[in-house]
Design a protein around this ligand. Structure first.
Ligand SMILES: [Zn+2]
Length: 354
């Protein structure tokens, strides 16, 4: 772990989001060790816009998320149409649809969320042009590989670990979530993948907006824990495509799997990604549309063309917040088992040191 501006709070950072949810839904995972929690403080930069946020679909699994002065880029892939990406073992895939903008047209990026190191998520152009010191949140496996590529600020997380980013008044907590790029038997052949939960800004009793990024994953049991541990997901970004390389094995969700995961997570809205950019994708968007229609979920789906922007309704409507905390107070679950009651107004990123 490379930790220049990072304060490691291995035991004691209080989760400001979901503090109330902790009371209602304590950790139930099988993981023996408690998740690690980190804080990253970024330079403030210019004053952030008052409210609001957006998701702009650039192509494949690349989106630009902007929230109150924070700009987050996911799985950057800026190769033009006709380029080939290498996926290991001599396998490669052609890009059939180019990105909406060039990498040079990006606004300054505060953070990259990289679900895994495959070239259709972090290509050679990005490896050349991306700022070397941009903070990159990724898997524990990819972090040292990014170091070798010359990137200096990488934060490798295991599933359920989290990194809280502060920039001026803006707050974002990124939690790494389970994902698996294919059948268990083939796991050793494929890069480690993570899903990501993005909790934006402190709301009254939890995050103001909660976003889930699936990463390239197939459906497997542990995914069911995501909605259990993190209810109230506002938006799911689903990596589809029913990717196959060589052989019969599915390496990412097809349309039906995507509909199933939308159901499992209980997300209010979903944006399908990663379904037609490469010739390794075998499940077109129409599969997802059919499956969501059949399951009565089509009202939740937002379809973005490359270059389209979805504006985040950051203020949740009445009745959409999570479990209410006792009036005026919330509880911090500490890893030593103690609980402290703290006034809501004090909870934003308070550190409690040993
Ligand atoms: Zn992919």
């Amino acid at each position: 772990m490379h930790l220049p501006a990072l304060v490691l709070l291995r035991t004691l950072l209080i989760p400001w989001v979901g503090a109330a949810a902790l009371l209602a839904a304590p950790w139930t995972g099988a993981r023996a060790q408690e998740p690690d929690e980190y804080i990253l403080t970024l330079p403030s930069g210019p004053a952030a816009p008052a409210q609001g946020g957006s998701v702009r679909f650039i192509g494949n699994a690349t989106v630009l998320i902007e929230y109150q002065g924070l700009a987050i880029l996911t799985d950057p892939n800026f190769l033009p149409r006709g380029s080939f990406v290498r996926l290991g073992y001599g396998l490669r895939s052609e890009r059939l649809a180019g990105p909406a903008i060039s990498i040079d047209a990006l606004p300054p990026v505060d953070l990259v969320v990289l679900t895994h190191l495959h070239e259709d998520h972090f290509d050679w152009l990005v490896q050349q042009r991306l700022r070397r010191d941009v903070p990159i949140v990724t898997t524990s496996e990819a972090a040292p590989q990014l170091e070798e590529l010359g990137f200096t600020q990488h934060y490798g997380l295991a599933a359920w670990d989290s990194l809280t980013v502060r920039k001026g008044e803006a707050r974002l907590r990124v939690t790494a979530l389970p994902a698996r790029h294919g059948p268990r038997a083939l796991a050793w052949l494929l890069p480690e993948v993570m899903g990501a939960l993005l909790d934006f800004g402190p709301g009254a009793f939890g995050p103001a907006y909660r976003m889930y990024i699936s990463g390239d994953t197939v459906l497997f049991d542990e995914l069911a824990q995501i909605g259990q541990r993190f209810p109230d997901i506002d938006l799911a970004l689903l990596h589809l495509g029913g990717m196959r390389l060589a052989g019969p094995f599915k390496l990412s969700m097809d349309g039906e799997d995507g509909a199933r995961l939308l159901q499992l997570t209980g997300a209010r809205r979903a944006i399908p990604l990663h379904f037609s950019d490469y010739d390794m994708f075998h499940s077109p968007l129409a599969d997802f549309q059919r499956a969501t229609r059949a399951a009565g979920l089509d009202g939740r789906v937002i379809h973005l063309e490359r270059g389209d922007t979805y504006t985040l309704p950051l203020e949740r409507a009445e009745g959409q917040t999570g479990q209410p905390a006792p009036a005026g107070y919330s509880y911090f679950e500490m890893k030593n088992g103690n609980k402290n009651a703290v006034s809501i107004s004090d909870i934003h990123f308070q550190k409690i040191m040993n």
